[in-house]
Design a protein around this ligand. Structure first.
Ligand code: HEC
Length: 135
């Protein structure tokens, strides 16, 4: 009896981690696009923000993922928060804000001019579907 309770506890604690790890490995269409942005014409603070963005947002998935995703300014704000709050993101509030400022600038100068070249964010359901297909 005691043993089985232990196993149930292990399963309850372990399964969400396992699933989170699985989601991380899924390949999204955005992952296959270009993995750099030419920021040489961006203002110095955005060039600084770009470095932080590359450093922080490539820990769990390709940096190509956010580089090739198009969102509104408000959606980026939400999304950076969502990413910050993932376990072990290692992104502080101040860093999240700097990354958001970069993403908002990049959205306006690069993505909004050429929306058809970028991907809209997928829903959780669409990501789960891709994940199931890739297993
Ligand atoms: C701790 C791990 C982690 C970090 C750090 C992280 N991400 Fe993510 N990201 C994920 C996971 C997992 C997904 C898959 C969707 C989900 O579970 O929310 C994802 C998905 C995405 C997507 C795909 C959206 C879609 O629906 O198509 C974008 C864009 C994105 N992340 C941007 C970023 C940005 C920008 C940063 C840096 C601020 C970042 N990520 C940092 C884990 C992370």
């Amino acid at each position: 009896m005691h043993k089985s309770i232990q196993w149930i506890a292990v399963a309850l604690i372990g399964v969400p981690f396992f699933l989170a790890a699985q989601t991380r490995n899924v390949v999204l269409p955005q992952d296959k696009g270009p993995a750099t942005i030419n920021v040489s014409q961006y203002p110095p603070e955005q060039q600084q923000g770009y470095k932080l963005f590359v450093n922080k947002c490539s820990q769990c998935h390709t940096i190509a993922r956010p580089i090739n995703t198009t969102m509104t300014r408000m959606e980026w704000e939400q999304y950076v928060k969502r990413m910050m709050h993932k376990p072990n993101s290692g992104i502080t509030n101040a860093q999240g804000k700097e990354i958001f400022e970069f993403l908002a600038y990049d959205q306006q100068t690069r993505k909004d001019k050429n929306p058809s070249k970028f991907y809209k964010a997928l829903s959780d359901e669409e990501i789960q579907k891709l994940q199931a297909q890739q297993q």
